[in-house]
Design a binder for this molecule. Structure first.
Ligand SMILES: [Fe+2]
Ligand SMILES: [Fe+2]
Length: 172
């Protein structure tokens, strides 16, 4: 059984993940109309992943006797000054999501809800990976600067981007 407090906190995270999915979908569209197909495909995939994160929480809440409440979402930014700005926003957003997960983990301990605490460890590990990916992309974009040729190559390579972190076992 979920306490009222933890149910509310999980529902808040459901909204955060749904908004993440919308934010990345908007980024995918912007990249697509700008002609960067690789970046667009990468962002469409990110958007799908965020929806998976949301659904995992939805199922968990409903299975544990709570009610996952699907809510209104904030409209995302749909245009950006540059790809650099877009990826800065992506990184900032992942840092925000990590903070939100940390807060949720904190509440699960306060509520002595060890089942939820255990469930949330997957999200803790996932955020380490997502922040690492966002940081890697931002480093590359900062290196490229305004170089059109660099952006062309980046667009070609982004779909094959692999990032290894200490927290995740990447099968090589
Ligand atoms: Fe997520
Ligand atoms: Fe994410």
């Amino acid at each position: 059984m979920l306490s009222e407090k933890i149910e509310e906190a999980l529902n808040n995270q459901i909204r955060v993940e749904a908004e993440s999915s919308q934010i990345y979908l908007a980024m995918a569209c912007w990249a697509e109309v700008k002609g960067l197909e690789g970046v667009a495909n990468f962002m469409y995939a990110q958007s799908d992943e965020e929806r998976e994160h949301m659904l995992k929480l939805v199922k968990f809440v409903n299975e544990r006797g709570g009610h996952a409440k699907i809510s209104q979402l904030k409209a995302p930014n749909i245009t950006f000054k540059s790809f650099k700005e877009m990826f800065e926003k992506l990184f900032e957003h992942e840092v925000f999501v990590s903070q939100s997960i940390n807060e949720l983990v904190h509440i699960s301990l306060q509520e002595r809800d060890y089942a939820t605490h255990n469930f949330l460890q997957w999200y803790v590990a996932e955020q380490i990976e997502e922040e690492a990916v966002a940081r890697t992309i931002l480093d590359k974009i900062n290196m490229i600067g305004d170089d059109k040729g660099g952006l062309y190559l980046f667009d070609r390579d982004i779909e094959n981007l692999t990032v290894t972190t200490a927290a995740i076992d990447n099968p090589e």
